[in-house]
Design a protein around this ligand. Structure first.
Ligand SMILES: [Zn+2]
Length: 270
């Protein structure tokens, strides 16, 4: 379901194992080179039928809410600085897997960013509240996870983003999402502007663990180790199928990264 952000490859994979050492030494400057990387890949076909765009005009922010000033560019950096990492968890909440992911994060004292699909948030408001109560942040991941939405009208994009913002905010009991991650990375200049104007920083990723494809726990862990040099924002999923490999991979990789001196924070807002 996820689509690559085109951020890999710039540093050369042949450097191999030495890479982690290099990154440790150069830290912020390596990751700074990633800032603003946007996908040029063509989108996958839409996974869902297009809902009516007619509700876009009515999708205004909740009365009385105020939007923080956030940047329009796609965030990758961590608010914990050059040794900080951002764990991001997409496509939930899911009644089976979100609690399991929350358990692991709690076990290691890690705060994460949950990119929620509007319909999922609406269906499971208890889970949205649990995520917020545990100190994690919310991210708008659109209403229906249409990875082709960058090819559709502005009205449609607005409906997908703003209706999801409303659904997530209602489910959370009034806590607004602070980020917007386009499904599959299908951002447009318009969708980034719109999200930012509603206080939601566009959010990218640097390490696609491909956990969605269920490659095995070892493979997920290996991908994190090998691609950490791409940047600090790691992509996992807590919905869309059996996520036991994701849960187990987090249980293995979080303490390992901590031992390496990494800390866990949130994507920068500005
Ligand atoms: Zn997704």
């Amino acid at each position: 379901m996820a689509r690559h952000n085109g951020g890999r490859g710039w540093y050369g994979k042949t450097v191999g194992a030495a890479l982690a050492v290099v990154v440790a030494a150069t830290g912020a400057s390596v990751w700074a080179a990633q800032a603003g990387a946007v996908s040029a890949a063509s989108p996958k076909p839409a996974a869902s039928s297009a809902p009516s765009a007619s509700s876009a005009s009515s999708a205004s922010p909740a009365a009385g809410s105020q939007s923080a000033k956030v940047a329009v560019s796609i965030a990758h950096a961590s608010d914990k600085g050059p040794r900080g990492l951002n764990i991001t968890i997409d496509d939930g909440p899911d009644p089976q897997w979100t609690p399991r992911v929350l358990e692991v994060l709690d076990e290691f004292g890690v705060k994460a960013t949950f990119c929620m699909v509007g319909t999922q948030a609406k269906a499971h408001p208890d889970l949205v509240k649990k995520v917020v109560a545990a100190g994690h942040r919310l991210c708008d991941h659109s209403v229906g996870h249409d990875t082709g939405m960058d090819k559709k009208s502005q009205e449609y994009q607005a409906q997908q983003i703003l209706d999801a913002e409303r659904m997530i905010t209602e489910a959370s009991g009034g806590v607004k999402p602070m980020y917007y991650r386009a499904p599959g990375g299908a951002f447009t200049p318009y969708s980034r502007q719109l999200a930012a104007s509603h206080g939601m920083r566009p959010l990218g990723w640097n390490v696609d663990t491909k956990d969605f494809e269920k490659p095995g726990t070892d493979a997920i862990v290996a991908t994190v180790r090998q691609e950490l040099s791409n940047g600090p924002t790691l992509l996992f999923h807590d919905a869309g199928g059996d996520r036991s490999q994701t849960v187990e991979a987090l249980r293995r990789i979080l303490p390992e990264l901590k031992e390496q001196g990494f800390s866990f924070g949130f994507p920068v807002l500005n």
